[in-house]
Design a protein around this ligand. Structure first.
Ligand SMILES: Cc1ncc(COP(=O)(O)O)c(C=O)c1O
Length: 367
């Protein structure tokens, strides 16, 4: 079986974790590795500050909490994304307003944003889906015009570039995940990057139960979203490999595109002229007019020993979201992605032979 993903690490990460353990860095409030990892990752992403947390979901949760939105405030979110991009709104008493996807990059359709903004709109969460960046310079102009905050969800796009600038350095706060299948991993883990020193300080306090002075007097209800020193040590090891991982993801994408571009029924991922796509996962979409059934195709691929995953179910179709009183939004393009999209094995250890095998299986099944 070729799995959709296998995490990669070696003695480098193992030795660093052991060193952290030997130094007693088992928790999240002391030691050198957390700060080292934060600095390395923030610098890599072109930001001044990094705040490491327990996962990408808590990174988003805390970023929205730091905005101090009120019950019923609206946050615009890419429609096609992991549910974490909307959970952060929900758990901060906000309303998620999904922005439908555009059909080429599958990211949010920037031309729809202004029509969705109301006096209640407080922020926008653009998601760099599967590693292709959102056109952040265009999006930031709209956000500045309407004075709304921007939280990039860059969980799938470490190292991706928009107009030559790293994603995760445009927004007021930017969230990353280091889950096992991400570009780099700490097992579980996440980070918020920001260039705003006050926000960074606020986030550090929010992550750590809201400790202030005097120590046990808490002015705000905060969280324990700390990353441990052991995880951060693992992350330090991963940081030395991040560019190699991205290079290999891009080679893998080239192999796939070469194998699959002759299949008329498939829409392949693209890379806009202003973008560097890190191809976190190589996603493809069945073109509706050819009449193939996506679920049947995935089953047939599984029978050939090829594991795949569907694209995300859009935010407009999530019961706990659309049952909210003020919910609005239909997202036909994101619906099509959910019904017809799936991603192929995308581990960096895949060989060209394996990609050829997957390509041959798809050619046969879609003949
Ligand atoms: C776009 C996106 N946002 C947020 C998350 C949540 O990250 P985590 O799994 O680390 O909580 C993920 C994925 O896992 C994701 O793909």
């Amino acid at each position: 079986m070729i799995p959709v993903f296998e995490p990669q690490y070696d003695d480098k990460e193992i030795n660093l974790v052991v060193a952290a353990l030997k130094a007693g860095e088992i928790s999240g409030t002391f030691g050198k590795y957390i700060e080292e990892f934060e600095n390395l990752f923030a610098q890599y992403s072109g930001c001044k500050y990094g705040v490491a947390v327990s996962n990408g979901t808590t990174a988003l949760h805390m970023a929205v909490a730091a905005l101090e939105i009120q019950r019923g405030d609206e946050i615009l979110v890419s429609a096609s994304t992991n549910i974490a991009s909307a959970l952060c709104v929900y758990h901060n008493q906000g309303i998620t307003v999904p922005i439908d996807s555009e059909p080429e990059t599958w990211n949010l359709d920037i031309s729809l944003i202004e029509k969705l903004i109301t006096p209640k709109t407080k922020a926008i969460i653009p998601v760099h889906l599967f590693g292709h960046p959102v056109q952040m310079n265009d999006l930031m102009k709209i956000a500045a015009k309407h004075k709304i905050a921007v939280i990039e969800d860059a969980a799938e796009a470490h190292g991706a570039l928009c107009d030559g600038q790293k994603v995760g350095s445009f927004g007021d706060m930017n969230c990353f995940s280091f889950y096992a299948n991400k570009i780099i991993t700490t097992g579980e883990g996440g980070m918020i990057t920001t260039n705003n020193s006050e926000l960074a300080e606020k986030l550090r306090s929010l992550r750590n139960l809201g400790f202030a002075k005097p120590r046990f007097l808490h002015k705000v209800p905060a969280f324990n979203f700390r990353m441990t020193g052991m995880q951060a040590a693992f992350g330090v090891g991963q940081m030395s490999k991040i560019d190699q991982v991205i290079d290999q993801k891009r080679i893998l994408a080239q192999w796939y595109t070469h194998e699959l571009e002759s299949i008329n029924a498939l829409q392949l991922p693209i890379e806009k002229s202003w973008a560097k796509n890190v191809y976190w996962m190589y996603g493809v979409k069945l073109k509706k007019e050819f009449g193939f059934n996506r679920d049947k195709l995935m089953q047939d691929l599984l029978a050939e020993g090829i594991d795949t995953r569907t694209f995300f179910c859009p935010m407009s179709r999530q019961p706990f979201l659309y049952e909210q009183k003020d919910f609005r939004g239909t997202t036909p393009v994101a619906d099509d992605l959910w019904e017809n999209g799936f991603y192929l094995p995308s581990s960096i250890i895949l060989t060209q032979k394996e990609v050829q095998f997957i390509g041959a299986a798809l050619k046969k099944l879609l003949a």
